[in-house]
Design a protein around this ligand. Structure first.
Ligand SMILES: [Zn+2]
Length: 53
């Protein structure tokens, strides 16, 4: 299975993991805005990275 991970560089942790089949990049961007806005407000650097497990 392939996943996209929402990863915060500042917290050094994975905030969420989503199956690529159901979550296109645009959906992930929405999730970051809706669910992880606190990190962004604090100036944290969030990246989307691919994962295979
Ligand atoms: Zn963070």
């Amino acid at each position: 299975m392939k996943y996209r991970e929402i990863f915060c560089n500042n917290c050094n942790k994975v905030l969420g993991k989503y199956n690529v089949k159901y979550y296109p990049e645009s959906k992930i961007a929405e999730l970051i805005k809706d669910s992880h806005a606190a990190h962004i407000r604090q100036g944290h650097h969030i990246i989307i990275r691919k994962s295979e497990k």
